[in-house]
Write a protein that binds this ligand. Structure first.
Ligand code: AMP
Ligand code: MG
Length: 416
């Protein structure tokens, strides 16, 4: 087994067991970015990751224009001591500029976004003038150059607007459209294969007989992977025999960048997943000192990364969030964000024994301005209701022996 890299202050409980933090770090060091891209239309680019920097082909704004509906004039015509009278010589509309040139004593009616007429450097909002037919009266104090958006003041042609590795969100899509960019290079989608193991499992639509349950992990994993925008290869339920598992491993390693399995990684008599990984691939580690989620197998299978998640439905989800989620982000070219940990006051007593880091399921809420958290109740790792009610994990450290009502604890918000 690999050494656990223990130091004075980061105590792994046994030589072969990593802390969740060590496991996460190790996974992120091992996985590499899938270095291939696709050129795709801008509309399809939401939740994809940019493969190359985007350099602006334009100035934004591309011409000086008005920030207000009002009157464009030259600042030398602004009133000093007494009111001034300016004649209106035309209109500049958004999309239909005024094509003459302003002389002293003249102004042009202008709309928001319309191009500044030549000879003008200032816009006075319409509420601040008195209009009479083809004239305006202007008095009081006004600032020169006000209400003008200058060419290139937001983005200059040649600027790097978005960097490679940027995860594209709605405002980015709008920004790229502003620049006239119709297609962009993004990291290709990851192909993630997964299957469930367990002779007790049945697919939806099949009748349940004695001792059988529905396979829920394939559904929660499908949903988690869908949120990450990867290509999904569902290999179904695989029987608890070494041959069947071997066969599924071979299929997956030929077709996918990542293989996820659930179940069959503990020490029961029908747990063949780790054994098969040892045989056909390489086990990096298979134990993490956490609850739920111990054991978890990580390694490689040919060119594919392998994650053997525990079978209990909550354990499978917790380990997905802690390890698979950041690993897939990295493989897709993103910088995985460290989980945001916040301090909250617990309104429940939280039971725990020292030894492993626990990810208890909690409900964070605002109590009179204080971030507070309550437990979802019984914490069995088979109870998916503890997970579906939760909006956060309550992270209790390895040495913690629980918390009392009123104690401050660490929480980690679940993604929406
Ligand atoms: P295992 O890790 O295979 O020993 O499974 C641990 C527990 O999780 C057992 O109670 C299994 O029945 C349950 N389990 C395993 N896989 C699934 C699944 N895909 N859906 C629901 N429960 C599962
Ligand atoms: Mg099993």
């Amino acid at each position: 087994m690999h050494d656990s890299n223990t130091s004075c202050c980061d105590t792994a409980p046994a030589a072969s067991t990593l802390t969740p933090q060590q496991a996460r770090q190790r996974i992120l060091e091992r996985v590499s970015v899938v270095d291939a891209y696709q050129q795709i239309p801008l509309r399809d680019a939401l939740n994809r990751t940019l493969y190359r920097d985007i350099i602006s082909p334009l100035n934004v704004p591309s011409y000086d224009n008005s920030a207000m509906d009002g009157y464009a004039l030259h600042s030398r015509d602004l009133p000093i001591d007494s009111p001034v009278d300016l004649s209106i010589i035309g209109t500049s509309w958004a999309g239909k500029p005024f094509d003459g040139r302003l002389q002293a004593g003249q102004c042009v009616r202008i709309m928001t976004g319309a191009q500044m007429p030549s000879g003008a450097d200032t816009v006075i909002m319409q509420e601040r003038v008195t209009r009479q037919d083809k004239h305006i009266q202007l008095e009081g104090e006004h600032q020169a150059q006000q209400n003008v958006r200058y060419a290139g003041e937001e983005i200059t042609q040649g600027d790097t607007v978005l960097k490679a590795g940027h995860y594209l969100q709605p405002a980015d899509i709008g920004l790229l459209a502003t620049l006239g960019v119709a297609e962009i290079p993004v990291f290709r989608r990851l192909r993630v294969a997964f299957f469930s193991t367990g002779d007790e499992l049945r697919s939806l639509g099949e009748p349940l007989e004695a001792g059988q349950i529905y396979d829920s992990n394939r559904y929660s994993l499908h949903a988690l992977l869908t949120q990450l925008n990867v290509d999904i290869l569902d290999l179904g339920i695989i029987r608890d025999t070494p041959e069947a598992i071997r066969q599924a491993f071979q299929t997956a390693s030929q077709q996918a960048d990542v293989l996820l399995t659930s179940g069959g990684v503990s020490v029961g008599d029908a747990d063949y997943v780790k054994q098969t990984l040892e045989e056909l691939g390489q086990v990096d580690f298979w134990k993490v000192a956490m609850k739920p989620g111990h054991p978890l197998a990580f390694g490689t299978l040919g060119k594919a990364q392998f994650f053997g998640l525990p079978g209990n439905p909550v354990s499978a989800m917790v380990t997905f969030y802690q390890f698979v989620h950041p690993a897939l982000q990295r493989m897709m070219g993103r910088t995985p964000s460290a989980p945001l940990r916040l301090q909250a006051v617990t309104t429940d007593t939280l039971k725990k024994r020292p030894g492993r880091v626990e990810f208890q399921r909690g409900i964070a809420f605002n109590q009179n301005g204080t971030l507070s958290v309550r437990s979802t109740g019984s914490q069995g790792s088979h109870r998916l209701t503890s997970m579906n009610q939760a909006n956060c994990f309550i992270v209790l450290g390895q040495d913690s022996s629980g918390a009392q009502t009123g104690d401050t604890v660490e929480i980690e918000l679940l993604p929406d």
